[in-house]
Ligand binder design. Structure first.
Ligand SMILES: O=C(O)CCC(=O)C(=O)O
Ligand SMILES: [Fe+2]
Length: 300
């Protein structure tokens, strides 16, 4: 049966919807058109969640049919993911150890991590997740939900939209993000593990609270909260002040999550160093290289 996802639909006000809007459970989350009492109630809920916990979860944001289609599309490109070589690891601050701090201090403590990243240019233009990312209606909703005047998609040809893929034994270190917020949609969960854990607002703009971070890295779980992410959940997460990680994955099923890059200013690009580490290259794949890729068997 041909999928109905992305076909033309009719909005609640009778107006024609852009096809990609039908990927969203609009009866539950009226993001388009984002008007009236129900739209306002949704935005209020998002902002209340963000203020209370630094995160906002909208479970069942995508229809079940969309989740299945997006997961299949993500699984198809997952073998193209790049994995940063292991090395010594990184600190929770995503920097090299600062030797001016005492031994074992969070600023010096190295942790390992392993995750594959499928860059934006490897996600086909027709893929549903890409069509959702590139839809202005979704962008407008996210800006309103986050309480921002305007949002822009990243200008980064590799980093704008990523599929992060994690298989058995892989995990993501405890870390603080270097951006104010992350927008993600889990597309496929693993069998066991792969949980998103965090400590809400463990630090602030003015206080690092190294003692609390130190205790956490020592294994004290008293402040740890688990985000209940299921496939199809839209998650907004303010990761600059809330340390977080993904616990080790177990079982044969990949954990696949879409990471959608937005900023309040236009033109955002990641550094050459970050691109090289995350994608193993700094330039997008050209049409010519694309042809070669199609005739080359990926190694993973
Ligand atoms: O995979 C996740 O759920 C979290 C990813 C994350 O924390 C990050 O990319 O900074
Ligand atoms: Fe993060």
């Amino acid at each position: 049966m041909k999928s109905a996802v992305g076909r033309k639909g009719i909005g609640t006000d009778g107006a024609a919807l852009p096809p990609i809007a039908t990927a969203i459970a609009l009866d539950r989350y009226p993001i388009f058109p984002l008007a009236g009492a129900r739209g306002r109630a949704l935005l209020d809920d998002c902002r209340r969640q963000l203020a209370a916990t630094g995160s906002c979860l909208l479970p069942g944001f995508l229809t079940a049919e969309t989740v299945a289609a997006m997961a299949a599309e993500a699984a198809a490109v997952a073998p193209l993911a790049h994995r940063k070589p292991g090395g010594r690891g990184s600190t929770a601050y995503l920097s090299t150890p600062d030797e001016s701090f005492p031994e074992d201090h969070p600023r010096r403590r190295l942790q390992t991590s392993s995750v594959g990243a499928v860059a934006y240019d490897l996600i086909p233009p027709g893929a549903l997740i890409r069509r959702l990312y590139e839809w202005d209606g979704f962008l407008t909703f996210l800006a309103a939900a986050l309480g921002k005047e305007r949002l822009y998609r990243y200008a980064d040809p590799l980093g704008a939209l990523n599929i992060a893929t994690m298989g058995a034994g892989e995990h993501l270190l405890w870390h603080f993000d270097q951006t104010d917020f992350v927008v993600s949609i889990l597309l496929q969960d693993c069998e066991r593990g792969g949980d998103f854990e965090y400590v809400p607002n463990i630090r602030s703009e003015t206080a690092e609270h190294y003692d609390r971070v130190w205790r956490l890295l020592d294994g004290d779980r008293r402040e740890v909260v688990r985000l209940a992410m299921a496939p199809g959940t839209l998650a907004l997460f303010m990761g600059r002040h809330s340390i977080h990680r993904v616990t080790p994955i177990a079982g044969d099923t990949l954990r696949l999550i879409a990471l959608l890059g937005y900023d309040t200013a236009p033109g955002t690009m990641s550094s050459e160093r970050l691109k090289q580490a995350r994608y193993g290259r700094t330039a997008p794949i050209t049409a010519q290289a694309d042809d070669e890729r199609l005739t080359t068997t990926p190694e993973r």
